[in-house]
Design a protein around this ligand. Structure first.
Ligand SMILES: NC(=O)c1ccc[n+]([C@@H]2O[C@H](COP(=O)([O-])OP(=O)(O)OC[C@H]3O[C@@H](n4cnc5c(N)ncnc54)[C@H](OP(=O)(O)O)[C@@H]3O)[C@@H](O)[C@H]2O)c1
Length: 349
């Protein structure tokens, strides 16, 4: 008998806290979709913000959960990239049926990625949203990305040898992944802001220089000149999305004519001095994201296998869905440092 109902952690209405609903229908995969039995989900700032400030999509009751891994259990019509039993990971796409705080979720086969045998479900769960946001932010077209030459295109690997990039917020999941892509792009200088405790780890990922995260914006040009000399920094990636700190630091890092990418698509910020701003929204269904993410889905397993991209460090929360509210509180209050919080639906009592 196919399973028709499942457990899901649901937001009943704006401002109300999560409840465990034991009778949510198991969705049917449509054309080029697969049904995934969710194994491991990582908690993200997006989950924390949408829970507090309200859904920006659909109606209540709402389901969150954007860093999803699991096992393919059913194939929709024309779904030929995967077979039943494959281990996959992907980003939830802001529709209840495609989100991860439930036992079974839908996935678009074309942007869903195969987990290589070298990674556990927990490790893979740290990656989807960060991967998509870092990849699109660096390589997608203007004004959605920095339009750097993609590492997935001919000649893209190592293309920026001799150049420098500034990344504010290296310890964030997105920042860690952007550092690793920047390394593959060949940047000679990968300069990131972080608290000192993250120095060794970020250098292991490819950062060449760490600048204190609290450096005043006015001191950025001199600090960078000490590192790169007369080399001009044309590109910067704001992995935090705060107008007054991380974004202002990134703007101060680049030369006139340069461009900053911010991970805050809604931020109010007017670039000055001939500098430009791109904004990434890593939702997979947005038209300009579809092709880049399809290409990434095909190529990412081999990059992971080769350890060219590494998963983040993890903290597994016991208790399954019941651990999510406290985990999201910790994220919202800035109490998670350099790790991804991960839960297993199967651990729910
Ligand atoms: N536009 C999109 O599609 C999209 C997608 C994903 C994420 N985002 C946004 O991108 C941002 C990062 O998300 P995430 O999941 O990568 O975050 P995260 O992993 O939760 O980031 C937490 C880490 O960021 C560090 N950090 C915080 N503020 C910093 C600052 N000003 N300078 C340097 N480091 C700082 C903290 O360092 P300490 O350990 O020192 O405290 C902590 O280790 C969030 O605002 C998120 O909403 C946007």
């Amino acid at each position: 008998m196919p399973i028709t109902q499942q457990n899901a952690l649901v937001l009943p209405q704006k401002g109300a806290d999560f409840v465990l609903d034991t009778a949510i229908p198991v969705p049917k995969p449509g054309k080029e979709e697969v049904l995934v039995k969710v194994k491991s989900v990582a908690l993200t700032p997006a989950d924390a913000k949408l829970r507090k400030f309200g859904l920006i999509y659909g109606d209540y009751p709402g389901i969150l959960g954007f860093d999803i891994t699991g096992e393919v259990v059913e194939l929709g019509e024309g779904a030929d990239r995967f077979k039943v039993g494959d281990r996959v990971f992907y980003g939830g796409n802001f529709v209840n049926e495609y989100c991860g705080f439930q036992e079974y979720a839908l996935a678009d086969q074309n942007t869903t990625m195969l987990i290589p045998s070298t990674l556990s479900y927990d490790e893979a769960a740290t990656l989807p949203v960060a991967l998509w946001t870092a990849y699109l932010g660096l390589y997608n077209i203007i004004p959605y990305g920095l339009a750097l030459k993609s590492i997935l295109d001919d000649g893209g690997m190592g293309a920026y040898e001799g150049k420098a990039i500034f990344i504010s917020g290296g310890p964030s999941s997105v920042g860690q992944t952007a550092i690793q892509f920047a390394k593959l792009s060949g940047f000679t200088y990968i300069i990131t802001t972080a608290s000192a405790k993250h120095t060794e780890y970020l250098k292991s990922l490819g950062a060449t220089h760490i600048v204190d995260r609290d450096i005043p914006v006015a001191e950025i040009p001199a600090a960078l000149k000490n590192i790169v000399g007369s080399l001009e920094i044309e590109s910067a990636y704001d992995a935090i999305g705060d107008a007054d700190t991380s974004l202002a630091q990134a703007m101060a890092a680049i030369v006139p004519g340069g461009r900053v990418l911010t991970t805050n698509p809604m931020v109010v910020f007017e670039p000055q001095d001939g500098k430009a701003l791109s904004r990434v929204n890593a939702t997979a269904t947005i038209q300009h994201n579809v092709e880049p993410l399809r290409k990434l889905a095909v190529r990412i397993p081999s990059l992971l296998e080769a350890k060219s991209i590494q998963p983040a460090r993890i903290e597994v929360l016991p208790g399954g869905f019941s651990a999510i509210p406290e985990g999201l509180d910790r994220i919202f209050n800035g109490q998670v440092s350099g790790v991804k919080l991960v839960i297993h639906p199967e651990d729910t009592a």
